[in-house]
Design a protein. Structure first.
Length: 109
């Protein structure tokens, strides 16, 4: 059994990874047909290997519909997004916490 091809030009960018035990909370965006769409996902290590569950916010979910995608095509797009993350085909560019970057002041000065 072969896997369906991924949509051409689908690029995934991960902004945040928050590991909490066996689950990793992921957020970022993906580019599809020159449009950036935000997503959130949960990655879990389980029996049989890792699993990814991605979701789109309602306002983000409306964008593929405006591009002419029906419900099944949107589901296929989300599946492709999940595959890209699981197969390591996402660009990881973690945002740095501005508060964590600032040097701590020395209380003795």
């Amino acid at each position: 059994m072969s896997r369906p091809d991924l949509p051409e030009g689908l690029k995934v960018f991960i902004d945040t990874l928050d590991e909490q035990g066996r689950a990793t909370y992921i957020s970022g965006y993906f580019e599809f047909k020159k449009t950036g769409l935000k997503f959130d996902a949960i990655g879990m290590e389980g029996y049989g290997g890792p699993n990814i569950s991605a979701t789109l916010a309602d306002d983000t979910l409306a964008a593929p519909g405006r591009m002419g995608l029906d419900h099944d095509a949107i589901d296929d797009l989300i599946t492709a997004l999940q595959r890209k993350i699981m197969e390591g085909q996402a660009h990881i560019d973690l945002r740095k916490d501005a508060a964590a970057e600032q040097p701590k002041s020395d209380p003795s000065t």
